[in-house]
Design a protein around this ligand. Structure first.
Ligand code: 5GP
Length: 212
C-alpha cells in the first residue's frame, strides 16, 4: 500500500521558534524532504549556500519569480524569500513528504496552490514570551523587535486559516506535537493511493473471498 507525498507547512510569527522546531523534527523524522528556500538576505555566520538557503541577489530572485520557479515568495522584513517549486513538485510526485518553514504570507500562497497540504501554525505562549525571545536571540535590533511585535497581532489572527496550532511553550513538547501531527497526517485515509493500489491486489476481495 503506497501513500501520496504530503506537504507540511510550518509557519507562524517571527521569533516563535519555527526553525528550531523544524530542525528538531527533522532529527527525529528522517524520511522527510526539506525544502531549501532562496533568499536575498546576506548569509549569517555559519550559514552555507545550498544547505541553509540559496543566497541570491535581487536580480536573480526576480528571475526566479518571472520564470515561475517559485511555489511562493514574500518580502519578509526587507528581504525576499521563496520556495523553489520544482523540488517540491518532484518529491511530492514520488510520494515523498516535504516540509517547508515559511512566513505567513507565503503559507497563504501555498494554501491557494496546494490546499491539501498540512498547515501547522507555531504560536508563542504569550506576547511577553515572544518579546523576551526576540530580545535574547541576538538577531534583531530594538527597532526590528518593535516591528516584529507589532506584526504579531495580525499574524496571530491568521491562525484560523491553518489546520493545526502548536504552542511553543516548551521546545520538546512542541516538537513531539509536530511529530504527532506528521504521524496522524500519514495515517489519513485520503493520503493513501487506495484506487491505484487496490486494483489487482489481494485487497480486491469481499469479506468471504468474493470479488468486490
Ligand atoms: P531568517 O532570515 O531568520 O532565516 O528567516 C526570516 C523569516 O523568513 C522566517 O520567518 C522564515 O520562516 C521566513 N522564510 C524562510 N524561508 C522562506 C520562504 O521560502 N518563503 C517565505 N515566505 N518565508 C520564508
Amino acid at each position: 500500500m503506497t501513500r501520496k507525498g504530503i506537504l507540511f507547512i510550518i509557519s507562524g510569527p517571527s521569533g516563535v521558534g519555527k526553525g528550531t522546531i523544524k530542525d528538531a523534527v527533522l532529527a527525529k523524522i528522517t524520511d522527510m524532504e526539506v525544502s531549501i528556500s532562496a533568499t536575498t538576505r546576506e548569509p549569517r555566520s555559519g550559514e552555507t549556500d545550498g544547505r541553509d538557503y540559496f543566497f541570491v541577489d535581487e536580480d536573480q530572485f526576480r528571475q526566479l519569480i518571472d520564470n515561475d520557479e517559485l511555489l511562493e515568495w514574500a518580502n519578509v522584513y526587507n528581504n525576499m524569500y521563496g520556495t523553489p517549486r520544482q523540488f517540491v513538485e518532484e518529491k511530492l510526485t514520488r510520494g515523498q513528504d516535504v516540509i517547508l518553514e515559511i512566513d505567513i504570507q507565503g503559507a497563504f500562497q501555498v494554501k491557494a496552490r496546494k490546499p491539501e497540504g498540512a498547515f501547522i501554525f507555531i504560536a508563542p505562549p504569550s506576547m511577553e514570551e515572544l518579546s523576551l525571545r526576540l530580545a535574547t536571540r541576538g538577531k534583531d535590533t530594538p527597532q526590528s523587535i518593535k516591528l516584529r511585535l507589532a506584526a504579531c497581532k495580525w499574524e496571530m489572527e491568521q491562525v484560523r486559516h491553518y489546520d493545526y496550532m502548536v504552542l511553543n511553550h516548551e521546545l520538546k513538547t512542541a516538537v513531539d506535537t509536530v511529530c504527532a501531527i506528521i504521524t496522524a497526517e500519514r495515517c489519513k485515509v485520503k493520503n493513501f493511493n487506495l484506487e491505484r493500489d487496490m486494483i489487482d491486489s489481494s485487497f480486491n476481495q469481499g469479506p468471504n473471498g468474493s470479488s468486490t
